[in-house]
Ligand binder design. Structure first.
Ligand code: P6P
Length: 332
């Protein structure tokens, strides 16, 4: 029986590079290094229940979450893979207070921001978790990278992606020319193209929000949730952003985390959570905003900046934005 030709992540990256005459291979090499780190993290995540690394590390990260040992392992693995890649001059991570310069490659072209293991509260209950990454071309060109190389709008990302450690391990990425998904085949240790040219449905019947915070949301968000509850929509909320956004990307729907009274700027991080996922959602034909403004146009002022986020099927995001606008008209 003829088998369809398997297209590995590495092969796909090389083929895509051939379509970019000015590409010098550095970005391709960086993407391959992130793919390698993801395979190692996947191996550790999949045995977490067996080895005592799922316990708490008694350390807090920038979000004030208890850092699990697996978070730290994923963080260290990504840093070491990027350090060895030679294509990255600096990194910023949810688990690191400040950015890190990669001294041995301080003149390289790219900086990488990542959330090494998003959904940490789900690690020890065997629920899907994920890695999120964003790649920018550095803005400064002399000496070591500075914070300005990291504080760039999402529209400046040259590539973005996530790895979902779920029933299977999937890597989904874009360089701005289509969104492609790869499923890890552990028997050959390769990410294989399984979801070519992902297109998000224009609308859907699933809304994804932490309904438990309903009374803490602004009136516009509450009005939109009321609309969802009075429609024939289903509520699906995993509590791992990567998993909720992946389902939204594949099946359609809307994922949102509005600002709350206790978190007036929102909870989710702009630079290494919302921007990369917004690039993917938009690349697949969806929309991503903070309820008013396109996520990718938000001006960053600090590494761990937060934002409200509404992302998914364009018709549903536009619907949510309309409820927010209407609520603002009433209160002004
Ligand atoms: P809540 C996980 O801790 C996370 O950062 C995202 O992955 C997820 O979408 C969100 O927080 C869940 O937050 O307040 O609903 O538990």
């Amino acid at each position: 029986m003829m088998h369809n030709k398997i297209i590995s992540l590495d092969e796909h990256i090389i083929r895509s590079q051939r379509n970019l005459p000015y590409a010098t291979g550095e970005l391709s090499s960086l993407l391959r290094d992130i793919g390698l780190a993801s395979k190692i993290v996947s191996r550790e995540v999949n045995k977490a229940g067996l080895v005592d690394i799922a316990g708490r590390a008694d350390v807090e990260n920038q979000s004030g979450d208890d850092v699990q040992k697996l978070d730290m392992l994923a963080n260290d693995l990504l840093i070491s893979c990027l350090r060895n890649s030679g294509e990255c001059c600096g990194i910023a991570s949810e688990e690191e207070e400040d950015f890190k310069t990669i001294e041995t490659h301080k003149f390289s072209k790219y900086v990488v921001l990542f959330d090494p293991l998003d959904g940490s509260s789900n690690i020890d209950v065997n629920v899907s978790i994920g890695t999120i990454f964003a790649i920018y071309r550095r803005k400064t060109f002399d000496g070591e990278c500075t914070k300005y190389d990291f504080l760039q709008k999402g529209v400046k990302q040259v590539a973005a992606g996530y790895v979902l450690y779920g029933s299977s391990t999937m890597l989904v990425y874009t360089t701005g020319r289509g969104v492609n998904g790869f499923t890890l085949d552990p028997s050959i240790g390769e990410f294989c193209l399984s979801h070519p040219n992902i297109q998000i449905p224009k609308s859907g019947k699933v809304y994804s929000v932490n309904q438990g915070n309903y009374n803490k949301y602004p009136s516009g968000a509450r009005a939109y949730i009321d609309h969802c509850m009075n429609s024939d929509y289903s509520l699906r909320y995993i509590g791992s952003m990567v998993a909720d956004v992946h389902r939204t990307l594949i099946k359609g729907g809307i994922f949102f985390y509005p600002a709350t009274k206790s978190k007036p700027e929102g909870k989710l991080r702009l630079l290494y959570e919302c921007n990369p996922l917004a690039m993917l959602i938009e690349g697949a034909g969806g929309k991503a905003s903070n309820g008013r403004e396109r996520i990718l146009e938000i001006e960053p002022h600090e590494l761990h900046q937060k934002t409200a986020v509404f992302m998914g099927s364009p018709m549903m995001v536009e619907e949510a934005e309309a409820y927010i606008r209407e609520a603002e008209l009433v209160t002004t």
